[in-house]
Design a protein around this ligand. Sequence first.
Ligand SMILES: C[S@@+](CC[C@H](N)C(=O)[O-])C[C@H]1O[C@@H](n2cnc3c(N)ncnc32)[C@H](O)[C@@H]1O
Length: 296
Amino acid sequence: MTLPRQDEDRAAGTAGRPVLRSAYQRSVAAYWDSEKDPVNIRLGDIDGLYHHHYGVGEYDPAVVAAPADSRDAAIIGELHRLETAQADLLLDHLGDIGPGDHLLDAGSGRGGTSFVAQARFDCQVDGVTISQAQVEFANAQARTRGVADRVRFHYRNMLDTGFGTGSRQGIWTNETTMYVDLYELYREFARLLSYGGRYVCVTGCSNDLTGGRSRAVSEIDARYNCNIHPRSEYFKALAAAGFVPINVIDLTAATIPYWELRAQSSVATGIEESFLTAYREGSFHYLLIAADSIGS
Ligand SMILES: C[S@@+](CC[C@H](N)C(=O)[O-])C[C@H]1O[C@@H](n2cnc3c(N)ncnc32)[C@H](O)[C@@H]1O
């Protein structure tokens, strides 16, 4: 019997358990199911790479000085370039990935990073998200891009993906870890990765050194219905699951220009000043962590 894709995911992914396990997860799924922020849609419309993460690198000041009738499009193009640069940077840290390899994009959004990864490594990519609307959108993109046999999106929970033990050579989370318990998440990733498999995380995290969460960090949590973790939590949870970090990069300085540009754009959402304050006062970092799994 052939099951519709969603039922197939529920059956295979969670052994009869529902994808959404808590009121909190249901609220996160509802947020992403209805999300249509121009900053996510208009940028993606440029080339079909829909990112729901932030950017890194210096922007070209010429876009701000562009004539009034072309300025907005120039800024949007530049924001998109910086977001794609962030995805590229993440993938630079996945190590040697080849055509036979299987990757997992945990919390895959509308699929942007998955498509960049497939184009670069010519490998198989599975993305999971708890938003059914995102799954449908991203699978439609995969068909449009002619890669539906290599990039697949599933309605599954990254805490319980249902994929085979040792089935992944690489996993990443691109701004998704603030929605879950890190110990649970890394236990699942340790199960999924083959020995020596690489995990790469890009995330915002609060700074243990400046004490409890700052007002600006709380504003970000409230805006996105998430729970930003302190920096220390990442390393404790990774160690507990048998992950050994190989690279840790503080991207805070590299992401500030993106926020400065976004604050001047027509797609600003109002959260820009909270990010800029949090980064500048040092209560928040933008971090990349690459770690190898050696088993727990
Ligand atoms: C900020 S978006 C990032 C999307 C994508 N990684 C990107 O860079 O474009 C956060 C994503 O995490 C997903 N997410 C949150 N909690 C999840 C969970 N427990 N399991 C799977 N996905 C989850 C959301 O559905 C959403 O797709």
